[in-house]
Design a protein around this ligand. Structure first.
Ligand code: ADP
Ligand code: ZN
Length: 749
């Protein structure tokens, strides 16, 4: 018997692994990254498992592992198991899961040394300030850079910063270098995304009675070496009930037991505020908090991940992929805003991070807390059937009232205003004016960025459509461009109708950009800021705008759902929702649920301080159940009626849905491939599976790709996967046709 490893080579789609010998002096464990010989070259892969092989019984010779990358396995045993689970459930290759689990810089052949270039004054320049006179007076930039470097002293400034944020050219630095005034050296750095921030430590608050009950529940469920996995806890807590404080104290508790914690937050909610509350509470062990989100550079992300791998960080806060953090002694997983759709990844592997949290919790026998003011109906049903335990916090901290929600019927308002755009109702205008007079703040929400929804010709009915997608283009006034929000394609807006030549082509509908300009006209002198992906492109722009808002340097914010969640501003007493029903017109059975969630989240931004809050909701469908239940802050009522409907129509959570899509640049090939697949699936279709006819996707063309789909439903999702697998075994498609399977899909388009 000889010690061997089973290695899955990077890039292999077939999940076929190869065995290699482990040389006697080599230390290698499951999850390690290794270099191995493969068909005359050197390949890199991941060790799936250790094995003992009787090599004398083999008809061929096993080759030895050439090298182990890094000083320890990159994937923990639990992550390896989780990867198998994901590949089985979501019908993807194990390799694609490993790839997702590791940050890109960690997938290389060597462990990345984090090096950076540092600029600092040379010894002579440091000790002799008069050396500045060597710079000619005309080289103003060089003088400025010299002064900044002088101030930085021995610590110097990173080259990336001095040429980045500080705005000096590389040539300026070279100029100083050639005079012997500065030196550029290699240094090892840890790219800490929050390095420039100071965190004021926060003390645990004294929990109120509701928090005490929930904390007890979580603490009872946690601990090292549990016999079996505790039931996941669904924490249903209204906005402002103090859920975050519960998370913080629960984490404190598991840290004291020597264990680590993962906190998942939706990408959108990962505003600096959320992260900062964790950094502040654990300011005494600041280095032990790792933060992972998509705004990090690749290097920063890698370093945060490495901190966790090296057991330096025991708390991870991050968006969905943080569920793959290599914490080896996991004591708690928290999923905040568990209902959020951004937990679902919309490319392979199409995992749902909240669901993976539950799976990982079961694998590692650690408690999982799913928190929300509007739990997903999936989780709510899991409580009903006894899979999850329910914990409730129904009161706002200090018994602050939930804000009063007013529903305004915009059909009537539009008549009153004599047609037109009717962006702001009179009621909302008055309410805003009052806030301005009283020195209080307002947030307005609109789920559409850009200036107008579309450009159209009133004469001939022409609408500006994207040439790559079947969707209208949005006008962006500041950039003077028509932009496709699906693929990003942009073009100059037509000055005349390209079809009939008419001059009066109009901007129909409105987005945040238009609202901003209207507000500036209405409220002269008011300080107004807009927050959407267009205005927040620059790094830290969001942080800076929110800081200014907090410091009351801004009166009104108009924003997209980017700011609907997690923000806490005590001086905001008015929240307006401009078009509450935009989501309701989409043919998606989850539309009502999404609208209810958004309304609740948005309303939760009001009245979080001493002052009472008010919410104004403008809608064209005031009687829709999602809006009416939302108005009364009645989640339980909403869930009851919505679940009854889902049951009746056979929608999730009563069934699982898998969406099959075929896409191709060639319309006929996509359609034909899908029809062929459908025929094959229909043959011997197990009785418990329900399947639709092949249909064009709601967004039939996107990014130049034509798309056709079939939807499959079953109570047991594994039945669907098994059937698809058996059919796919001997099916091939033309090379330019891509067929995808989205298990538990959220987007039907
Ligand atoms: P949620 O996450 O449920 O929306 P937060 O945790 O953000 O609620 O709490 C809302 C506010 O109440 C925060 O300012 C928080 O500091 C405060 N808070 C939470 N728990 C307590 C407590 N036990 N005592 C006093 N203030 C609290
Ligand atoms: Zn497009």
């Amino acid at each position: 018997m000889q010690s061997c490893v089973k290695v899955l080579i990077d890039g292999s789609s077939s999940d076929l692994s190869f065995s290699y010998l482990v040389p006697p002096e080599m230390e290698v464990g499951p999850g390690a990254r290794v270099l191995v010989p493969l068909r005359g070259r050197e390949a890199i892969g991941t060790v799936m498992a250790l094995e003992e092989i009787d090599t004398s019984a083999l008809s061929y010779q096993l080759k030895p592992v050439s090298k182990v990358v890094g000083s320890q396995p990159f994937l923990t045993p639990a992550l390896l198991k989780l990867a198998d689970w994901i590949a089985g459930y979501y019908m993807c290759s194990v390799e694609s899961v490993y790839r997702t689990m590791l940050p890109k810089p960690a997938r290389g052949r060597e462990e990345k040394e984090k090096k950076a270039k540092l600029v600092r004054l040379s010894r002579t320049a440091l000790t002799n300030p008069a050396s500045r006179d060597d710079i000619p007076k005309t080289a103003k930039k060089q003088v400025e850079a010299f002064l900044e470097l002088q101030e930085a002293g021995e610590a110097g400034i990173l080259l990336s910063e001095i040429t980045g944020a500080r705005g000096f050219g590389r040539s300026t630095i070279s100029g100083l270098e050639s005079k012997g005034l500065v030196e550029v050296v290699d240094v090892k750095v840890n790219r800490d995304p929050t390095a420039d921030q100071v965190f004021v430590p926060s003390k645990p608050l004294i929990p109120n009675p509701e928090q005490v009950v929930v904390l007890d529940k979580i603490k009872k469920a946690s601990g090292p070496n549990l016999e079996k996995a505790p039931k996941p806890i669904l924490l249903y807590g209204v906005t402002g009930s103090g859920k975050t404080e519960v998370y913080l104290q629960s984490i404190q508790h598991v840290l004291e037991m020597g264990m680590g914690a993962i906190v998942l937050v939706p990408e959108i909610a990962l505003t600096p505020q959320t992260a900062n509350r964790f950094k502040q509470r654990f300011a005494h062990i600041q280095n032990e908090v790792a933060i992972l989100h998509s705004n990090l550079s690749e290097g920063e992300r890698h370093d945060e991940w490495k901190k966790v791998l090296d057991r330096k960080a025991r708390i991870v806060i991050g968006a969905r992929s943080a569920i793959f953090s290599p914490i080896d002694n996991l004591g708690l997983i928290v999923v905040d805003e568990e209902h959020e759709n951004s937990y679902k990844q919309d490319s392979t592997p199409r995992y749902q991070a909240r669901d993976l949290a539950v799976v990982r919790g079961a694998l590692e026998k650690c408690p999982v807390v799913l928190g929300s003011a509007t739990p997903s109906l999936e989780s709510w049903k899991n409580v009903e059937v006894g899979k999850y335990e329910l914990a409730e916090m129904l009161l706002r901290v200090d018994d602050r009232k939930l804000p009063l929600i007013r529903i305004l019927d915009m059909k009537l308002e539009k008549q009153k205003q004599g047609g037109g755009l009717a962006i702001l109702s009179t009621k909302l205008q008055q309410a805003m004016q009052k806030r301005l007079d009283d020195g209080e703040q307002t947030i307005l929400f609109l789920n559409r960025r850009g200036f107008s929804r579309s450009m159209l010709c009133p004469k001939c009915g022409y609408v500006a459509n994207c040439r790559h997608c079947t969707t209208t283009m949005t006008f962006h006034q500041r950039d003077d461009k028509l932009v496709c929000h699906i693929c990003g394609f942009s073009q100059l807006p037509p000055r005349r109708c390209p079809e009939c030549g008419a001059k009066d082509i109009v901007n129909a509908g409105f987005g945040t950009e238009r609202v901003e300009s209207v507000l500036k006209e209405f409220f002269k002198g008011a300080r107004i800021a807009r927050i959407d992906t267009d205005t927040m492109r620059k790094k830290n722009a969001l942080r800076d705008t929110l800081d200014a808002f907090r410091a009351k340097k801004i009166d009104i914010i108009i924003g997209t759902q980017m700011i609907a969640k997690g923000l806490h501003f005590p001086n905001v007493t008015l929240v307006g929702m401009l078009n509450a029903d935009t989501g309701l017109h989409i043919p998606d059975f989850r539309a009502g649920e999404r609208t209810f969630q958004l309304l609740t989240q948005v309303a939760g931004r009001a009245g979080r301080g001493e002052l009472e809050g008010e919410v104004v909701v403008q809608t064209f469908t005031p009687h829709h159940p999602a809006i009416q239940f939302g108005r009364h802050h009645d989640f339980i009522g909403f869930a009851e009626q919505e679940l009854a409907m889902r049951k009746m129509f056979g929608h999730p959570p009563y069934v699982h849905v898998t969406l099959i899509t075929a896409r191709s640049k060639h319309q006929e090939r996509a359609e034909f491939s899908l029809k062929t697949l459908h025929l094959r699936l229909a043959r011997d279709l197990p009785q418990e599976i329900e399947m639709t006819e092949p249909l064009p996707s709601p967004l039939v063309k996107s990014h130049d790709q034509w798309r056709f789909q079939v939807v499959m439903k079953a109570v047991n999702p594994r039945k669907i996967s098994a059937h698809i697998r058996s059919v796919m075994k001997d099916m091939t498609f033309p090379e330019d046709v891509i067929v995808t399977f989205d298990v538990d899909c959220y987007q039907m388009s």
